[in-house]
Ligand binder design. Sequence first.
Ligand SMILES: Cc1ncc(C[n+]2csc(CCOP(=O)(O)OP(=O)(O)O)c2C)c(N)n1
Ligand SMILES: [Mg+2]
Length: 597
Amino acid sequence: MPDTATKSSTAVAEDRSKAPGAGEPAAQPQAETDGFQLVIDALKLNGIDTIFGLPGIPITDLTRRMQKDGLRVISFRHEQNAGYAASIAGFLTQKPGVCLTVSAPGFLNGVTALAHATTNCFPMILISGSSEREIVDLQQGDYEEMDQLAIAKPLAKAAFRVLHAEDIGVGVARAIRAALSGRPGGVYLDLPAKLFPQSMDAEAGRKSLIKVVDPAPKQIPASDAVQRAVDLLKTAKKPLIILGKGAAYAQADADIRTLVERTGIPYLPMSMAKGLLPDTHEQSASAARSYVLPEADVVVLIGARLNWLLSQGKGKTWGGATPKAWGGQKFVQIDISPQEADSNVRIDAPVVGDIGSCVSALLKAIGPNWPKPLAEWIGAITERKTKNVAKMAETLAKTPSPMSFQSALNVVRDIVRGNPDAMLVNEGANALDFTRSIVDMYKPRKRIDVGTWGIMGVGMGYCVAAAVVTGQQVIAVEGDSAFGFSGMETETICRYNLPVCIVIMNNNGVYRGDEKNPTGGPDPSPLVFVKDARYEKLMEAFGGVGVHVATADALRKAMEDAIRSRRPTLINAVIDEGGGTESGRITSLNPAAKKKA
Ligand SMILES: Cc1ncc(C[n+]2csc(CCOP(=O)(O)OP(=O)(O)O)c2C)c(N)n1
Ligand SMILES: [Mg+2]
């Protein structure tokens, strides 16, 4: 046997050489590899070290062999959670997060996360096994028959299928490039069952693999675009910077901070950009958001899209006279996609390129002596901030019984301040909105949440991925409804013994728990759950720590214990069931909702 190990990481699947007969010259034994092995080798060659998935036909053996070959395989209870985990792993690491599923139903369970990754611009690859093409295409009724590639295409940034073992290297390389380059997104890679056992010469297999060179090439902005932005900024009397999660993804933290501090321009972080600069930074305008948006005259968007989260850049939020009217702001938009500008309002100075290159070019162009914004602008913002912060401090100091969202989150705020490296996962409606505004973040990419779609169900997948890829303590603040979407993954958290502390803001329902069935019939309102549900017992069922708390002091102690022990912990925090608002802060988007005070 030749020593193939020194030449290649491709395993020798089988030695099919015949034993030479007496007197015959010894035939060169032929080392072979197979589709399973080539998929593993292609991923490893490209630095993929973790797979989030769920086994079954036809990928069971693939998961086994991945583990045997040193990949970390994190096995979930539902593919959607594995997919969300992969998507956020991509956001946190700038490497595509990989989710591996079985065909048809497993694939479909993963597809929501694939679409979520595309929408949120997270690099992710959904790899699904699929059934036999000949049968699927003739619709002859195969086991888990489905034309997965066709379904994935409109929901993914790109979608590929590999039919032959010798093409696995190209397929994986294309998937990685598509996921990472330009605006990142979700990519689908279809691997039919027949591909895995296909064998080929090991050396030829090794040569067929591609280590992707420079998968996310820098995109340098044009100098005239940068100059146009600087010229516009020079005219500003009330400038504002908005940092989006694209800015957080870019890992250009030092330059972004320098840009903000050198210009002295007040800034607003979008939810997942919180912590790019500490939320306690004097230039943060978060506590005066409703003042700065309509008042600003030139707004610099850095990796932030003017989607619904920014009221499409127009309407009342921006000082427009009517819901669709432009507020008069001029915009600089730094974005990697040349198609982003003008999606909602006119962008006077689009700067197209990767965030890091754009911010560094802007820094060069503004030079070291950029004049600070007018004192009246800064003064007016500070005045609003001081007033709002004082009002909030008053609310946070209260200790009502049962706990309010604010009194419980005051504790979380302290714990996060004391543990600034901890990852914060957050989903829900009121549980989300109150946390975003109350809990300050101190470091970049520590807050991960419902993202562009305001999606419920990312919680436990995000917890698993955050713990696995960062090794840090994870704190999850979950609405009781939000938690229900992925709650079974508490078993996964216990199985891998991850340092995750889940705090459920338990108000007995969706938005609030005091709704009644208007007919007086026996069914509860569609918005409420079992009263005083004991979610903590779910964690206990799998060997983790469950705590039921009704006071802020008890919550504080339980969180401190969880962080000290790093044990999987679920804290069921009883919150006033009447304390929430319909749809949290986005009541106006709910067509039938009457606004509640
Ligand atoms: C996948 C998905 N399904 C449904 C919704 C609609 N939705 C928005 S928030 C929410 C739950 C809010 O309740 P909870 O998590 O308990 O938060 P609370 O406001 O009670 O704190 C739901 C179901 C959604 N955003 N995503
Ligand atoms: Mg709730």
